[in-house]
Design a protein around this ligand. Structure first.
Ligand code: FAD
Length: 510
C-alpha cells in the first residue's frame, strides 16, 4: 500500500466535468487494484445542460478513452466543427472565421501570412480565409479528416472538433466509466466533513444520511463549488470588469438554415448569440450583459433569431467570468464550472476540464499531497485562464462597433497587458507569438486579428526575397489548390449518414 494510503477517489458531480474525470481517471489509473472511484450526483439538482461546442483537443480526449469516432457521432448526435464563424463582430454586416487549421503554406522559412501581407501591399486584397482549407471546406458544408500521411497536401494541416449534445456525451462517458469500475451514487450532498488535524475533506454526507468517504475529492459540483468554495473558501478571481457578460439564455430549436460544420457566434446589441448545428437540432443561446439589456429583452432577441421553432423553453444561466484562486486545496481538486468559467465564445470550458484532468494525472498524488505540486497545478491553471481571457477580450476590444452602450462600454475598458502586447506586435510587422504553450496558437490570434481588420504596418523582410510576380502567382496557386481540395471532400451530411448517423430532425411537440 502507498505510504499515505490514497485509495478512494470521490468525484462530486455528474455533469460533463464529473463524467469526463471519472472516465479518464478510471481509464488511466483503473489498473491499480488499490484505487477505487466513486461518483456522487444528484438528479434532483441536474446539470447545467449546455456546453455543446468544442475545440480540437477533444479528439485526443476521446482517443485516450478509446472511443470510436463513428460510435461517438452516433451516441451524441454530434457534427463536425472546423472553426467558429464570427458575424457582425467587426462591423455589422462583416464576418470572419477562426479556423482549426493553418493558412496557406510557409515559404522561404517564414510564415505564410507574411507573404499574404506582402501581397496586400501589392494591391491583392484576397482575404486570408481563402487560404484556409478548414474555412473553404466548412463554408461548402463539407468535411475531411486530416491526412498526416500526405505531408504535401493541405489536408495534412486540417484540424477539427465536434459539436454534440452534452447530456448524451455525459451518458456515453458514464457508460464507459462504469464499465471501468466507477461506482455511481445517486444522492444530494448536504454536508462535508473535514479532518480536524489536516483540514482535508474526509467524507461527504448525503441527504439520506449515507456518508461517502474518500482520500482525494474531485469537486465537479458546478458553479457553486460545493467543496472548493463553500467548504474550503478558495476565493474567486473575478474578471467581470473585463468580461461583463454575466447571463445567458439557451434554447434548442428545430434545425434549419443549413448544417455547416461551423459554430456561429453573432454579435448582438448587448452580447452575442451562439448557433450550434447538431444532427437532430440546433443549439442556440444569447450570452449578454445584464447591465445592458433586461432578461426579457434578451430572451425575446434570442427567440426571434432562431432558424426554426424552439423545441424547449429557454433556460437562463447566470455566471461570473473568472476562476478559483486555488483550484486544488489539500485533497480537493475542482474541475469544470466548480473551477471557473469564461464565456463560451471560443468553446473553451470542456477543454479546460480536459487540461485540468491531464494535469491532475501528471501530478497524481500517489505518495501524498505535496504543496509544491498543488501550487504547480494552480499556477498552470491560472495561466491558462489568463491566456484564454486575453484572447476573448481581443474579440470585443478590436471591434469597430459603436452602435450600442454595450459595445461602447466594452471597447472603453482597459484591456489586459497580454492582449495589448500581442496586438502591438502584430500591428508593427505582422509578428504573432505563442506564449507559454497557450491553447490558442499563432493561427488563432492571426485569424481574429486579421478578421478584425487589424492591418500591420510591415511584414517579415524575407517575404521580399520572392519576386512580386512570383509571390502573387504562388498565392493564386495555393488558393486554387485549397478550393479544389475542398470541392473534392464529401458533404458533411453524406459523411455522417455513411457512418450511420440519423439526421432526422427533432420537431416541436405540439
Ligand atoms: P454541471 O453541469 O453544473 O454539473 C454539476 C453536477 O454536480 C451535476 O451532476 C449536479 O447534479 C451535481 N451537484 C451539484 N450540487 C450537488 C449536490 N449538492 N449533491 C450532489 N450532486 C450535486 N463549454 C464548452 O466547452 N463549450 C460550449 O459551447 C459551452 N457553452 C456554454 C454555455 C453556457 C451559457 C454555459 C453556462 C456554459 C457553457 N459551457 C460550454 C460550459 C460547459 O457547459 C461546462 O463546462 C460543462 O458542462 C461542465 O459543467 P460541470 O460538469 O462542471 O457542471
Amino acid at each position: 500500500m502507498r505510504p499515505n494510503g490514497i485509495r478512494r477517489v470521490v468525484i462530486v458531480g455528474g455533469g460533463t466535468a464529473g463524467w469526463m474525470a471519472a472516465a479518464a481517471l478510471s481509464r488511466v489509473l483503473g489498473g491499480d487494484p488499490t484505487l477505487t472511484f466513486e461518483l456522487v450526483e444528484s438528479d434532483e439538482i441536474g446539470t447545467v445542460g449546455v456546453g455543446e461546442s468544442t475545440i480540437p483537443q477533444i479528439v485526443l480526449f476521446n482517443a485516450l478513452l478509446g472511443i470510436d469516432e463513428g460510435e461517438f457521432l452516433r451516441a451524441t448526435n454530434a457534427t463536425y466543427k472546423l472553426g467558429i464563424e464570427f458575424v457582425d463582430w467587426t462591423h455589422i454586416g462583416e464576418r470572419f472565421i477562426h479556423p482549426f487549421g493553418f493558412y496557406g503554406l510557409d515559404m522561404q522559412g517564414v510564415e505564410f501570412h507574411h507573404h499574404w501581407l506582402k501581397a496586400r501591399s501589392l494591391g491583392d486584397e484576397t482575404p486570408l480565409q481563402d487560404y484556409s482549407l478548414n474555412i473553404m471546406t466548412g463554408l461548402r458544408g463539407r468535411f475531411g479528416h486530416p491526412r498526416h500521411d500526405l505531408p504535401n497536401s493541405p489536408l495534412s494541416k486540417m484540424g477539427y472538433a465536434f459539436q454534440f449534445d452534452a447530456g448524451l456525451y455525459a451518458r456515453l462517458l458514464r457508460r464507459l466509466a462504469e464499465s471501468w469500475g466507477v461506482r455511481r451514487r445517486e444522492g444530494r450532498v448536504v454536508d462535508i466533513e473535514q479532518d480536524g488535524e489536516t483540514g482535508h475533506v474526509s467524507a461527504v454526507r448525503l441527504a439520506d444520511g449515507r456518508r461517502v468517504e474518500g482520500d482525494l475529492f474531485i469537486d465537479c459540483s458546478g458553479f457553486r463549488g460545493l467543496l472548493i468554495e463553500e467548504k474550503l473558501g478558495a476565493g474567486f478571481e473575478d474578471w467581470s470588469a473585463l468580461l461583463p457578460c454575466d447571463r445567458a439564455w439557451a434554447v434548442p430549436c428545430e434545425p434549419g438554415g443549413g448544417r455547416l460544420p461551423l459554430t456561429r457566434a453573432t454579435a448582438r446589441a448587448a452580447g452575442w448569440q451562439w448557433r450550434i448545428p447538431l444532427q437532430h437540432r440546433t443549439g442556440n443561446g444569447y450570452v449578454y450583459s445584464s447591465a445592458h439589456v433586461s432578461d426579457d429583452e434578451a430572451a425575446a432577441t434570442l427567440l426571434v433569431n432562431l432558424d426554426g421553432a424552439p423545441i424547449a423553453d429557454p433556460k437562463q444561466l447566470r455566471f461570473t467570468a473568472g476562476h478559483r484562486r486555488r483550484a486544488w486545496i489539500g485533497n480537493v481538486v475542482a474541475l469544470g464550472l466548480a473551477g471557473g468559467f469564461l464565456e463560451p465564445l471560443e468553446s473553451t470550458s470542456i477543454h479546460l476540464v480536459q487540461t485540468a484532468i491531464a494535469r491532475l494525472l501528471t501530478l497524481f498524488p500517489h505518495r501524498g499531497f505535496s504543496t509544491l505540486e498543488t501550487e504547480r497545478f494552480n499556477a498552470e491553471l491560472a495561466q491558462e485562464y489568463r491566456d484564454i481571457r486575453d484572447f476573448l477580450i481581443l474579440h470585443y476590444h478590436a471591434s469597430g462597433r459603436e452602435d450600442s452602450a454595450f459595445w461602447r462600454d466594452i471597447r472603453a475598458l482597459t484591456p489586459p497587458d497580454g492582449m495589448v502586447y500581442k496586438v502591438a506586435m502584430y500591428r508593427e510587422n505582422g509578428r504573432v507569438f505563442r506564449e507559454h504553450n497557450e491553447v490558442f496558437t499563432e493561427t488563432s490570434w492571426l485569424a481574429v486579428m486579421a478578421g478584425k481588420g487589424i492591418r500591420p504596418a510591415g511584414y517579415h523582410p524575407v517575404a521580399d526575397t520572392l519576386p512580386d510576380t512570383e509571390t502573387l502567382a504562388r498565392l493564386a496557386d495555393i488558393r486554387a489548390i485549397i478550393a479544389e481540395t475542398a470541392d473534392a471532400l464529401p458533404l458533411q451530411d453524406d459523411y455522417l449518414r455513411q457512418v450511420g448517423c440519423d439526421l432526422t430532425p427533432v420537431r416541436r411537440v405540439a
